[in-house]
Design a protein around this ligand. Structure first.
Ligand code: T5A
Ligand code: NA
Length: 223
């Protein structure tokens, strides 16, 4: 049996440059004759994705539990096609995944409280248990002032300084847990120029994209 494709997730705060880096990586893989495709979450094109999109633009209100489950359902919609592509030897670059799902929901606080969580961390993690696990998650870490200076910042619901600070804290915890469960979690300084960020990313994935012998793991499958 041939090798399977690599599942590469790019995560990070808002405006950390995820989409820019994901697109550059895709071009580089295609130039190197690696079969690869780019997907992104939320996938705003599906029926569920349209509800998520409307919520993010503040055009609709949803209970916080509901929006969390919709983000996860949006990933489950694509789970079997991700598995199939990887099996066929295609590498997948994924712009945001389940880690964003936990980070943005678990960092919400109860109205009127300074730090009391609105949603339990373990509850936030649970709907994504069993999704295809990435072979590497690359976390683009951007500082607040750099992110705010970038195009489009502040247009969507979560693009506020206090939200982003709490999200970043949850990302740190998620990274530790993902590493603890045997996953690869790479934090990259995303304040740097696009080319410099890409160099670090390429270095981390260049062996993985040659294909992987081992099975695809399941996310948070700690038993
Ligand atoms: N969310 C998401 C959840 O709450 N739960 C979930 O489960 C998931 C999956 C939308 C929101 O949804 C939340 C998280 C988000 O708040 P999105 O659709 O991924 O998620 O958001 P986008 O708006 O597409 O992406 P971002 O706003 O986060 O931006 P990116 O992709 O990080 O940044 P990018 O590449 O688009 O760049 C932004 C700007 O900066 C420039 C670019 O040219 C662009 O103008 N730029 C740089 N400038 C200087 N130096 C660099 N290194 C640069 N890199 C990019
Ligand atoms: Na993006």
């Amino acid at each position: 049996m041939g090798k399977r494709g690599a599942f590469i997730v790019i995560e990070g705060l808002d405006k950390s440059g995820k989409s820019t880096q994901a697109a550059t990586l895709l071009r580089r893989l295609q130039d190197s004759q690696v079969s690869a495709k780019l997907i992104k979450f939320p996938d705003r094109t599906t029926t569920i994705g349209k509800m998520v999109d409307s919520y993010l633009r503040s055009e609709s209100e949803l209970d916080d539990h509901v929006i969390h489950l919709l983000f996860s359902a949006n990933r489950w919609e694509l789970a079997s096609s991700i598995e199939e592509s990887l099996k066929q030897g295609e590498t997948i670059i994924c712009d945001r995944y389940a880690f964003s799902g936990i980070a943005f929901s678990a960092s919400k606080i109860r109205p009127g409280s300074h730090s009391y969580p609105l949603l339990d961390y373990a509850w936030c993690r649970s709907p994504d248990i069993g999704l295809p696990a990435p072979d590497i998650a690359i976390m683009l870490d951007v500082s607040q002032d750099v992110a705010q200076a970038r195009g489009g910042y502040g247009e969507e619901r979560y693009e506020k300084e206090d939200v982003q600070r709490r999200v970043r804290d949850v990302f740190v915890r998620i990274g530790e847990e993902f590493e603890g469960s045997g996953g690869k979690w790479l934090v990259v300084d995303a304040d740097e120029k696009p080319d410099e960020v890409q160099t670090v990313i390429w270095d981390a994935v260049k062996d993985l994209v040659k294909g992987i012998e081992g099975p695809l793991e399941k996310l948070w499958d700690d038993k």
